[in-house]
Write a protein of this length. Structure first.
Length: 558
């Protein structure tokens, strides 16, 4: 204001209107002027009140962004202490945005909307409120910065796994007495010539045409991730056991744990390795071992676990009395028996029809015996489940024509009907019942479920990166996103919301944030970045999780 002389005497005139500071900023400047140190205003400041004259005719909303999923993800990250931990281990330099913050961008986006680093930079990040939650301007996020964040994160893989394992144990009072181990594979798009780990091998994704890597994952009985390792794509499951067990013991210490593995890990060398270290185990066995326990299958001394499932403990008839005793658990499932019976019938029918066609072909034309033998071998190899049910004989007549004769083996059918639905486990845990050992083994489904989530919800496959370090970092990001997933699952379970974290995440992710632009009578605009009101269902979820949704983010004048 300034004083001016007029015909009516001195008057005061407005020189310029500077606007009214928000209360939090006004108090901050006052404290700074007086030399007092106060905490900066909160990002969510729902208690502040501002009064200004607004032109209601020009009121508008703009800049709609997703908010709920990002906000819930940050709640999970803070519960795990992940933001603090990354800030401690990733050293800062001259970068404008910390690599720890950019790593969190990758993890949250992998959980909410899995995509490439390029799509995150060009499309997804600007549609999200994650930038304001993390304090990262949209223009600072580009694909090069995201790729470099992968490089900065990878060296801390082991430290991250140790921190998360300990933090999860504290949050949910987890017991790591049972370690479930399984292996899967994931394939690449491209030649991957710069990646020595990319090899062709047994593909769980039915993509034998592509190179792949193998991922070995260890989880607790609740499916909570403990650690993982990466192997070349042509590494056999059975050859990974010693390496993964020693790695986990070096990382977390050797304790009285029980290792649970499927029959793909079973071998004499692995059993000997586990015994030498006084390690306890429950492991599946090859189907061929059932033949040794044929007389046990015929007895009626089964223990019923539930409807359609029976178990019994057996003693190895060939056990070495000088070695520590082992327990064998014979299991019989009615549902599995029906499935195997249907498979045997289907493969048997295919073989029978194929052999009939070959016999007819031999009668119609002169065929070489070697070629006929190859055709029979290929047919049996494609239907191995029922190959043992047939006996084939190939001869040559006086004119050099190949002749095929075949017959069914009745003894095979007798054994198949007896063993259908049966499988055998082995363990050196001596103080558990057959039911307890079977239930522990069935927890392996938790590891299988973890792989399904990685591949479906988190889009682990296919891998587009070509360099080995980037591939390893990509899988690490997926692992961290899975940790958030399982943390939310346990949180929901304890809150009485079941075990469907995806439904809860999708519901809360529908909450958006929008800018309310309020033009004032005197000229400048006031922007309020308001969080949309949750629906009744969303309120119920938030109440069960004991979360308070902020009403708006920090506003600023324009």
């Amino acid at each position: 204001m300034e004083s001016v002389r007029t015909a009516r005497g001195p008057r005061q005139r407005v020189v310029a209107y500077l606007g009214k500071l928000p209360e939090a900023q006004r108090l901050g400047f006052a404290a700074a002027a007086e030399g007092r140190r106060e905490d900066p205003p909160e990002l969510f400041d729902s208690d502040r009140r501002e009064f200004v004259e607004v032109d209601a005719d020009r009121l508008r909303v703009e800049n709609l962004r997703s908010f709920g999923g990002e906000w819930l993800s940050m709640q999970l990250i803070d519960r795990l202490g992940l933001r603090w931990f990354l800030g401690q281990v990733i050293q800062g330099g001259r970068e404008q945005i910390g690599w720890d913050v950019m790593a969190l961008v990758l993890v949250v986006m992998r959980l909410l909307e899995p995509s490439s680093e390029l799509r995150i930079a060009e499309h997804l990040f600007e549609r999200s409120a994650l930038g304001q939650l993390l304090g990262v301007p949209v223009e600072k996020v580009n694909d090069d910065r995201l790729y470099r964040a992968l490089d900065q994160l990878l060296p801390h893989k082991d430290a991250l796994q140790k921190h998360l394992k300990n933090r999860l144990g504290e949050l949910f009072d987890l017991k790591y007495d049972l370690l479930l181990y399984d292996v899967t594979s994931t394939y690449f798009e491209g030649q991957c010539e710069a990646n020595p780990m990319a090899r062709r091998g047994y593909s769980r994704d039915q993509r034998s045409d592509c190179k792949q890597v193998c991922i070995a994952l260890v989880v607790s009985r609740e499916g909570m991730p403990i650690g993982y390792e990466l192997f070349a794509g042509n590494k056999a499951d059975v050859s990974s056991v010693e390496q993964i067990v020693t790695t986990m013991e070096d990382r977390y210490g050797k304790s009285d744990r029980i290792w649970v593995m499927d029959r793909g890990m079973s071998s004499a060398d692995n059993i000997e390795f586990l015994k030498e270290g006084n390690r306890r185990y429950i492991i599946g066995t090859p189907k061929s071992m059932l033949k040794k326990y044929e007389h046990h299958l015929l007895k009626n001394d089964w223990s019923k676990v539930r409807e359609g499932l029976e178990v019994k403990l057996c003693v190895d008839p060939e056990a070495d009395p000088t070695q520590p005793p082992e327990t064998f658990i014979l299991c019989r499932s009615a549902d599995r028996a029906k499935k195997e019976q249907a498979m045997h019938q289907r493969f048997e029918k295919r073989i029978e029809e194929g052999l009939t066609r070959i016999v007819n072909a031999c009668q119609r034309q002169k065929l070489d015996a070697v070629k006929v033998s190859h055709r029979v071998g290929k047919l049996l190899g494609q239907n191995t489940r029922a190959a043992g049910a047939f006996k084939t004989t190939i001869t040559t007549d006086d004119k050099g024509r190949a002749m095929l004769q075949w017959e069914k083996i009745e003894s095979w059918h007798d054994w198949a009907s007896l063993s259908e639905g049966c499988y055998l486990l082995r363990s050196n845990v001596s103080n558990w019942t057959a039911e307890e050992l079977w239930q522990a083994y069935m927890q392996l489904t938790q590891a299988e479920a973890a792989f399904r989530i990685h591949k479906s919800d988190l889009s682990l496959r296919p891998i587009w990166h070509q360099k080995q370090e980037r591939v390893e970092a990509h899988i690490l990001i997926c692992f961290l996103a899975y940790v958030l997933w399982k943390t939310l699952a346990q949180w929901c379970k304890h809150a009485g919301l079941g075990d469907e974290p995806r439904k809860v995440l999708d519901e809360i992710a529908q909450i958006a944030v929008v800018d309310v632009v309020m033009p004032t009578r005197i000229g400048p605009n006031i922007i309020k970045r308001c969080v949309c009101q949750p629906t009744e269902h969303q309120k119920l979820l938030l109440n069960q999780l004991k979360l308070k949704l902020p009403s708006h983010l920090e506003a600023w004048p324009m």
